[in-house]
Design a protein around this ligand. Structure first.
Ligand SMILES: C[S@@+](CC[C@H](N)C(=O)[O-])C[C@H]1O[C@@H](n2cnc3c(N)ncnc32)[C@H](O)[C@@H]1O
Length: 282
């Protein structure tokens, strides 16, 4: 196990049981491998920033007898990922500790590489995209998926929720992440030297009749508010009253017969360029 690097200390979500539960719930809410380009039996695939391995497990069932490697910087995530995969009897997924900037894998060995909700947290997303491209064979694909923090809408309208989330994004940026990364994914993939780059937007909604989804969505948001509460107050990005007001507005959302949630996502895809000289070398 390598020593934790400096950025890990600033990773805003941590890896405690509540955060791990949030990630598992996220996979129930948003799905596992559905956001990825086509998967075929026998493919070998690597996930960068796999967390508790929810997506990797889904990919593993779709590409068997191919193998999935999930890498993450946090050993606590990997321990949980290994335990859940083992409990489910999955034999074709393994998890390893590594920084996304250096996967510790040879060149051109995987058919595909992907990450979800990771580039927004890394110091150099171009370098991570470049690393994903490096380990993928010519003709394979690289994919990144991110939440578009600029376009969410709630009804009933919730100005305090909006205010608190803008503060959370500010905190994320102060911690070395990029809360507005979705709009940049296309350029990041191009600068990483990927070919045939595409960036596509996806919309996602929840309405009051989708009780479980609504509760899962609010539960995840409340968990991130709780994770960041102390830092938000210490940095004076919000006042305690803002947090209480946001909490009350989430409750109103849960209770409203007209509740409506709209969220957007961006998926960037590309292929490793044949000419490795075209990749960024700095
Ligand atoms: C928000 S979680 C997403 C987990 C998973 N991709 C999912 O969608 O459920 C981000 C994960 O990326 C990991 N991570 C962040 N920066 C990383 C880096 N530089 N190298 C490797 N893993 C990283 C974190 O430890 C965390 O487990």
């Amino acid at each position: 196990m390598s020593a934790p690097d400096q950025q890990e200390d600033h990773y805003m979500h941590g890896a405690d049981a509540a955060e791990q539960d949030r990630l598992e719930q996220l996979a129930v809410l948003l799905g596992g491998a559905e956001f990825l380009p086509p998967l075929n039996e026998g493919m070998n695939i690597i996930e960068f920033g796999c967390g508790t391995g929810a997506i990797a497990r889904d990919v593993a069932t779709r590409i068997a007898p191919g193998e999935v490697v999930g890498l993450d910087r946090q050993e606590a995530q990997l321990e949980t990922a290994r335990r859940i995969a083992s409990d489910k009897g999955l034999k074709n997924v393994r998890f390893k500790q590594a920084n996304a900037e250096n996967a510790g894998e040879p060149d051109s060995v995987f058919d595909a590489a992907y990450c979800r909700f990771v580039l927004e947290h890394v110091a150099d997303p171009v370098r991570v995209a470049q690393e994903m491209a490096r380990v993928v064979k010519p003709g394979g694909w690289v994919c990144a998926y991110e939440w578009d923090n600029s376009c969410g809408t709630l009804f009933p309208e919730s100005p305090a929720v909006k205010l608190v989330w803008e503060a959370i994004y500010r905190l994320q940026d102060m911690r070395g992440g990029d809360s507005r990364i979705t709009g940049k994914l296309y350029g990041i993939f191009k600068r990483a030297g990927l070919a045939n780059v595409r960036a596509e937007g996806f919309a996602w909604t929840i309405t009051a009749d989708e009780r479980n989804k609504l509760e899962g969505y609010v539960g995840g948001a409340r968990e991130i508010m709780s994770q960041t509460r102390d830092d938000l107050l210490a940095e004076k990005l919000v006042q305690p009253a803002d947090l209480s007001a946001a909490e009350a507005q989430y409750q109103l959302l849960l209770e409203s017969p007209d509740a409506y949630v709209f969220e957007g996502f961006c998926r960037a895809t590309g292929e490793p360029a044949n000419d490795s000289d075209s990749r960024r070398t700095d």
